[in-house]
Design a protein around this ligand. Structure first.
Ligand code: SRM
Ligand code: SF4
Length: 562
């Protein structure tokens, strides 16, 4: 869809790229610079790779008239976040040998490596390939890592949901041979799908913009299903997945000062049987491929395609491509977003431990501890969509050993309901789009807020808080009860009223706050909440009931402040 308007520059880059090759291979060989060309920077995203620079070093490098401290970020594709312990160990080694010594678990259940210098990039990707993993389509205008309620070992229902996530991921994976040609020198990944020099689903210019899919298993909305272009909510009836409710048109990103950009919660449009789900994913992708805005990347996501044309139009387009209509949506209840932390027992008698990892950053002692567990663990490591880690499938025989290792390394979930539900995006120093700190600041802000919570007897209350360094929404801040979005260094907008179950967006409460002002704005609300809340009433529902903020009922009314 371009309506005669000029296509965006990225469309030309994709078209001319020969299925995502561009001049990446040549650029990697150029030793005079740590960077690659502008056009290739757009193309490497489809291979899961970003050119970044260490922004902490920018002033000093500029003073010395040196080129920026260029580094690459590489993001894995791990549908459902499931890794074998050996794969974890392999990633741990890559972090040490080829990146900045950290593993960064993301809000889409995968791992990012930061700080890879150019000469380390190919060896890093080759090592990822050797561990039977890849970075294909982890970024770029394609279907991204498919996320799924973590822990397929919890029950057969969870396992079935993961199978669907895997199936969708494989079905929508780009078919170009460019990835293996460039990074693995033509070698094919063991067990990988056949490559073909055609893109039967995407075509030469792929999607207008990124596309995201999540599979949820109620009562946990731990994937934030309403934040996705396409969400599938498992409908459990008589102990089995009878099918999935289909949700379309969710997304988070917006731009400060541009009200025609906004976060949006997806709409539930119907129900499908399990065997229809992959077909539905493909056809939703095709509608967006053909009707998404290819002129203005700020309006190119499915949420805008739907708001521009209407939900009925979208339903008709989908039905026409499917050749059948979706059944009416079925009732469902979500109890919460985020991760329930700690120990649970699965249906098969195995136990699972969900460990809180502050902002998903695995480094130092935590890295050492997790590697020690990976060396003896016989189950899986599962990254959650909330940057945490499940040590899953622990046998009764192994449980004492894993418990001992957790204790020996001091790995326990933190006290504090706010901290346990806190999430921050990466932001500085690697993210080129960051306007303010996020990962490096949120822990301190939570500490400051904990004082007010403790004074009001709310220390262990579960309240969600999410921060991002810019309005793109990478930690899904607009679905948090307390959302903080960076404006400029040290300055944030404060959003309130996002539902605890992730079904309602929040709304702007105060603009341009610095640290003390954020604490000052929230402290009286905590005090009033402690005194006046109803039984079981969440903080966000309370601030709406008490009249502090209006509820946001749709993406289009997100910016209305009445
Ligand atoms: Fe994101 C761009 C990090 C999840 C919306 N995101 C970026 C980039 C690549 C910056 C860039 O384009 O130069 C960030 C890299 C920072 C760094 O140094 O690592 C980045 N996004 C992240 C991660 C690592 C945040 C985290 O702390 O975990 C998440 C990686 C997910 C993954 O593994 O695939 C991450 N990003 C998200 C999410 C949440 C989600 O997908 O559930 C969103 C909001 C949902 C959505 O897409 O609507 C999100 N990221 C964006 C956007 C805005 C998109 C939009 O429609 O407006 C951008 C900017 C862009 O695409 O132009 C962006
Ligand atoms: Fe970077 Fe903004 Fe995403 Fe944070 S929200 S990682 S600052 S793009």
């Amino acid at each position: 869809m371009s309506d005669g308007r000029t296509l965006s520059r990225n469309e030309a880059i994709k078209e001319a790229s020969n299925f995502l090759r561009g001049t990446i291979a040549e650029g990697l060989g150029q030793v005079v610079t740590g960077a690659i060309s502008d056009d290739d920077q757009q193309l490497t995203k489809f291979h899961g790779i970003y050119l970044q620079d260490d922004r902490d070093l920018r002033p000093e490098r500029a003073k010395q008239k040196m080129e920026k401290a260029f580094i690459f970020m590489a993001r894995l594709r791990i549908p459902g976040g499931v890794l074998a312990p050996e794969q974890w160990l392999a990633m741990d080694a890559i972090a040490e040998e080829r990146a900045n010594g950290t593993l960064r678990m993301t809000t889409r259940q995968t791992i990012q490596f930061h700080g890879i210098i150019k000469s380390n990039l190919k060896p890093a990707i080759a090592a990822i390939n050797a561990a039977l993993l890849d970075t294909v389509a982890a970024c770029g205008d394609v279907n991204r890592n498919v996320i799924c309620t973590p822990n397929p070992y919890q029950s057969v229902l969870h396992a079935e949901a993961l199978k669907l996530a895997d199936g969708i991921s494989a079905h929508l994976r780009p078919r170009t041979g460019a990835y293996h040609e460039i990074w693995i020198d033509g070698e094919k990944i063991a067990g990988g799908e056949e490559e073909a020099e055609d893109e039967p689903i995407y075509g030469r210019t792929y999607m207008p913009r990124k596309f995201k899919i999540a599979v949820a298993v109620p009562p946990h909305n731990d994937v934030d299903v309403f934040a996705h272009d396409l969400g599938l909510i498992a409908m459990i009836e008589n102990g089995r997945i009878a099918g999935y409710n289909v949700v379309v048109g969710g997304g988070m990103g917006m731009t400060h000062g541009e009200p025609d950009t906004y976060p949006r919660t997806g709409d539930v449009i119907g129900f499908c049987t399990p065997d229809q789900a992959i077909d539905i994913a493909e056809k939703v992708v095709l509608v967006q491929r053909d009707h998404g805005d290819r002129s203005d990347r700020k309006h190119a996501r499915l949420k805008y395609t739907i708001d521009r044309n209407g939900l009925d139009w979208f339903g008709d387009e989908l039905t026409a491509r499917l050749g059948y209509a979706l059944a009416p949506a079925r009732p469902f209840v979500f109890e919460r977003s985020g991760d329930p932390l700690g120990w649970i027992k699965g249906d098969d008698g195995h136990t699972h431990f969900t460990l809180f990892v502050e902002n998903g950053r695995v480094k130092g002692k935590l890295r050492t501890a997790l590697a020690a567990i990976a060396r003896v663990h016989t189950g899986k490591f599962i990254i959650t969509p909330n940057q945490n880690l499940v040590i899953a499938g622990i046998t009764p025989e192994q449980e004492p050993l894993i418990r001992a290792l957790l204790e020996e390394h001091g790995l326990a979930n933190p006290s504090g309901g706010l901290r346990r539900n806190a999430m921050a995006c990466v932001a500085l120093p690697t993210c080129g789009l960051a306007l303010a700190e996020s990962e490096r600041y949120l822990p301190d802000l939570v500490t400051a807020l904990e004082t007010a919570l403790l004074e009001n007897g709310l220390a262990e209350d579960e309240i969600t808080i999410r921060m991002t360094g810019c309005p793109n929404g990478c930690a899904r801040p607009y679905l948090a009860e307390i959302g903080l979005v960076g404006r400029t260094p040290g300055v944030y907008n404060l959003y309130l009223g996002g539902a605890f179950d992730g079904a309602r967006l929040n709304k702007l409460f105060r603009e341009d706050l610095q640290h003390d002002a954020i604490v000052a704005a929230l402290t009286p609300l905590f005090a009033q909440y402690a005194k006046e809340r109803g039984a079981g009433e969440h903080f966000s529902d309370f601030v709406i009931r008490a009249g502090h903020i209006a509820p946001t009922r749709s993406g289009r009314t997100f910016h209305d402040r009445s």
